[in-house]
Structure formats: structure tokens, C-alpha cells
Design a binder for this molecule. Structure first.
Ligand code: TYD
Ligand code: MG
Length: 492
């Protein structure tokens, strides 16, 4: 009895911020959480999302996300040690890279959010995932609110044979989706996208904060209640977050981002949150005419054509999760025509670049002050690993002095402000990867000599960037002659 009066009261008192989803009992002009103005929205009638039955039979009474079959235990604490683990078998999707990112497969009843820029390949990835699971004989329900049946059939045709257990529903009404799911009882549900779903009994069109939140919540109950994994595709806003309330990201078990440069063909799937595994794992795909193809050896992919010696090119080994990736970094240094020289990066933090340039100026004596510096990471990858600092610094120095790095050289080390090299994590794994790909030598922090034993590379232990500059750069190569001179010579 007490409980009903309490929930009635809380139902009355609810406003929340349409930018971040922060809830407040009173109306506000300025969100105390995200500091945005005029974002207060009244919560849907009925207040707390559980109070209404949106679930079309998927949800009974008050919202609770207890797995089906556990009804008898509801509300009674159980000893954690007695909770059975037998049924938490992960389901392999058949796509190795997705399994890797998820930490070894899909956990039953999990709610997963897949975000990414428009056109990056989210729908393609989800359809491929659905096809892969269906190929194992499982029933999959793919719900699309964005495309027509023909459009999806056309896409599927490019991706290969369509298994008969893959069911398609083009629908934007949440109730209908849940009803269809309750009837079809699929082994997994894909919703493309959460921003197109809506509940008819709520105000506001699809994509509004209320709708996104309520629909995601209903799907959360469906997932937990029926132990069906649910994949939600989410759009991404300009600043890179999944559009809609922040609470969406809190609600789901895992947030995966599909990233990459739209006009390059590599795509990286990364977990920003993962309740069932590491957030560092990364899956690499290549976008082909026949959909996304898993890249079994990404290091080969990210090295353009291997170990050529050209000024401004360095190879680093970046640790992505448990896997070291060899990546090529290119730098170009040229004299600046402007008062303020330009520093442009792609795939590398510009502030980190500023630090490296300052270290090169002060500790190595390279006068970069009047030069533009451009740094690119190949393959559309982003380098966050500080162990890649030395490679970037050497690429810049190499371009500036027109001295290519010695052929087949890998450089590793975090650069400190004093110009010294700091240790990098898991040096042995990185060196082994390089040795496998035919590299000859590696420069790395001197403190780690013992880690490098038996790696199969010529080892060059280094104390500082200055030492690396002296030890790893080759002879100066002649810069290309201006085109006018060359053509004059030809005439003469
Ligand atoms: P899509 O999955 O529709 O992206 P999203 O759902 O993230 O908006 O993919 C869009 C792009 O992928 C589109 O520009 C075409 C390209 N593509 C291929 O290159 N090969 C293919 O086999 C498919 C299906 C798409
Ligand atoms: Mg899409």
C-alpha cells in the first residue's frame, strides 16, 4: 500500500534534461549536470518508466529486469555464491572480430548499443551479424525503421546468401516490434535504429529524448525478461556521442563504436563500455563491395607497403587491447608561409603533437618554429597509446632532416618532457609482432632491455629522443629538385 503512494508521488515529480537525461524533481532553466540552458522536459505521464506497461506482453506490472525463470526469487536476496553460472554461456556470433570485441561472444539477455557516424556501415555490420547467427540455424529478428524491405533485401544480396531463419520487420512502433518479438521468439533481436522507434502513447516524435529513453527501457526489459540479446543501432551526434539521452549509455551492457574514415575502407569496432569484457579490444574490418570483411592480420593492413625507407615515415606498434598493431605514421615538415605555422594531425592528438615538437626543439635542437608540421596515421586509425610517441617524434625529425629511418625499424617509447624515454606496456608482444612481419630492428627504452631478450630483432636500447635521433636515422637523401629545373635540364 505504501509503495503505491510513493510511486504516485514520484510519478508527479519529474523533469529531465533533454541533453543529458539528468532527472530533477522540479523544472529548471539550467541543467545542474551538463550546464545546458532550456533543456528541461517534463517526464512522460506515468512518471517512472516502469509504471506503464509498454511491453505488449513482454512486461508485466512494475518494471523489473530479472531473467525469466527467476520469478520465484524476486525480491528475496540470494547468496551471491549460490547464483548459478551454468547458463551464462556466451553465444559465438560467427564473426570473430565481433566476438573478440564483446569479450568472447554474446551474453544472453544483454542489451548492446552500436554507434557510429552515418554511412560508416552500422546497418551493414548488423545485417552481416544477423546473417552469420542465422546461418547457424538460429532465428533472428532484424527490425528496421530506416529502410524498406526491398532496400534491405538489396543490401543482403551483396552480402551473400540469406538464411531462411533471418526474419525482417520494417516497423517504427515499439509495441508492434515487441509483439513481433514475443511471437517470433528470436535468438537475437536487432533494432536499426533506436532513434526511429517510438511509443504511440508518449508525446514527441521518434528520436526525442523521451522516446529514445522509454523505447530503450522497454527493450531492456524484453532482453532481460526473455534472455534474448538485443542490438540497438544508435546515431551519433556531431561531437561523437550516441544521440539521445546519456542514460541510454548507462542502460545498456555494452557500447560499441564503429569508426573509421568514411572514404577509406578500414573500419574499427571498439567497445567504449563493456560489462562482460575488456573495453580495449578492437575489431578491424575492411569495407568491400560485398560488405565488411574481417581483417585477420591488421598490422599488415596498416603498413602501407611495408618497410620502405623514406623521410617522414616511421612504424610504431600500438597496443589495442591485448593485441599489438603495427601502424605507419607519416610526417611532413615544410617551411611555413604564415606567421603562425600550421600543425595538422589526423589520427593523433594535436596537443600531444605540440609537446613532441617542443621536445624536438629543446632536447634535440631541431628548429621547427617556422615550419608547418603535418602528421597522419595510416588506415584511418587513431593512436592513443603513449608508447607511440617516439615513432611520431622520429617521423617528424626524419622529414625535417630528410633522413629516412633505417630500413625495417620499429620505434617505441613514451617521450617525457625532458626528452627521456619511458617504458611502454607489453614491449615483448609488440616486438614479437614486428619480428613476425619481417622487421629487422627495434629502438625502445633502455630500461626495458631485459623484456626484449629473444625477440628476434636487432635491439637498440635508447635513453632519450636525442639518442634515438642519432641511432635510428639513416643518411640524408637529396630532396626532389623543383620541377622547373628538371624540365630545363631535359630541354638542354
Ligand atoms: P550503412 O551500413 O548503410 O551505414 P550506416 O547504417 O552506418 O549509415 O553503409 C553505408 C555505406 O557502406 C555505403 O556508403 C555503402 C557502403 N557499402 C559498401 O561499400 N559495401 C557493401 O557491401 C555495403 C552493403 C555497403
Ligand atoms: Mg543504417
Amino acid at each position: 500500500m505504501n509503495r503505491t503512494t510513493k510511486s504516485a508521488r514520484s510519478a508527479k515529480a519529474s523533469f529531465y534534461c533533454s541533453a543529458c537525461g539528468n532527472e530533477q524533481p522540479r523544472w529548471f532553466g539550467h541543467c545542474p549536470a551538463c550546464k545546458e540552458w532550456n533543456t528541461a522536459v517534463e517526464a512522460p505521464a506515468g512518471g517512472s518508466p516502469g509504471a506503464k506497461s509498454a511491453g505488449g506482453g513482454a512486461r508485466r506490472g512494475a518494471a523489473r529486469w530479472v531473467p525469466a525463470g527467476a520469478e520465484a526469487r524476486t525480491g528475496v536476496p540470494v547468496p551471491l555464491a549460490d547464483v548459478e553460472l551454468g547458463h551464462v554461456e556466451r553465444v559465438r556470433t560467427g564473426l570473430r572480430e565481433i566476438d573478440r570485441v564483446l569479450g568472447g561472444g554474446i551474453v544472453p539477455g544483454s542489451l548492446l548499443l552500436v554507434g557510429g557516424d552515418p554511412g560508416i556501415g552500422k546497418s551493414t555490420l548488423m545485417l552481416q551479424l544477423a546473417m552469420a547467427i542465422a546461418r547457424a540455424g538460429e532465428r533472428i529478428l532484424y527490425v528496421s525503421g530506416e529502410e524498406s524491405e526491398e532496400q534491405i533485401r538489396l543490401r543482403a544480396r551483396r552480402l551473400g546468401e540469406v538464411p531462411p531463419t533471418l526474419l525482417l520487420l520494417c516497423e517504427t512502433d515499439l509495441e508492434s516490434v515487441l509483439e513481433a518479438a514475443a511471437q517470433a521468439k528470436p535468438s537475437a533481436l536487432v533494432v536499426d535504429s533506436i532513434q526511429t522507434l517510438s511509443r504511440a502513447d508518449l508525446e514527441g516524435g521518434p528520436g526525442t529524448v523521451t522516446q529514445v529513453r522509454e523505447c530503450a527501457l522497454a527493450l531492456l526489459h524484453y532482453a532481460k525478461g526473455s534472455r534474448t540479446p538485443v542490438f540497438l543501432v544508435g546515431h551519433v551526434t556531431k561531437d561523437g556521442a550516441v544521440a539521445g539521452p546519456r542514460v541510454l549509455e548507462h542502460m545498456v551492457d555494452a557500447v560499441l563504436y564503429l569508426e573509421g574514415e568514411r572514404y577509406q575502407h578500414y573500419r574499427v569496432l571498439r567497445a567504449a563500455k563493456n560489462r562482460f569484457g575488456s573495453t580495449n579490444e578492437l575489431g578491424v574490418f575492411e569495407m568491400l563491395d560485398s560488405g565488411l570483411r574481417e581483417v585477420p592480420n591488421p598490422s599488415e593492413a596498416f603498413l602501407s607497403d611495408g618497410k620502405r625507407a623514406e623521410p617522414g615515415v616511421a612504424v610504431v606498434a600500438s597496443l589495442e587491447g591485448s593485441r599489438p598493431l603495427l601502424v605507419e605514421v607519416q610526417a611532413l615538415v615544410s617551411s611555413s608561409f604564415y606567421g603562425t605555422p600550421q600543425r595538422v594531425t589526423s589520427g593523433f592528438d594535436p596537443r600531444r603533437l605540440a609537446v613532441l615538437i617542443a621536445v624536438l626543439e629543446r632536447r634535440v635542437g631541431l628548429k621547427l618554429g617556422r615550419h608547418d608540421v603535418f602528421v597522419t596515421v595510416t588506415g584511418g586509425l587513431t593512436l592513443d597509446d603513449p608508447g607511440t610517441d617516439l615513432g611520431v617524434a622520429l617521423a617528424i625529425a626524419s622529414s625535417f632532416r630528410s633522413r629516412p629511418l633505417l630500413e625495417g625499424t620499429l620505434s617505441l617509447g613514451e617521450v617525457s618532457l625532458s626528452g627521456e624515454l619511458r617504458r611502454v606496456a607489453r614491449l615483448d608482444a609488440r616486438l614479437r609482432e614486428a619480428a613476425q612481419l619481417g622487421f629487422k630492428r627495434a629502438g625502445f627504452p633502455r630500461a626495458q632491455v631485459s623484456d626484449a631478450e629473444g625477440c628476434g630483432l636487432e635491439t637498440v636500447p635508447l635513453a632519450s629522443v636525442r639518442e634515438a635521433f642519432d641511432a635510428l636515422l639513416g643518411e640524408k637523401v637529396a630532396p626532389p629538385r623543383p620541377a622547373s629545373e628538371a624540365s630545363e635540364e631535359r630541354r638542354g
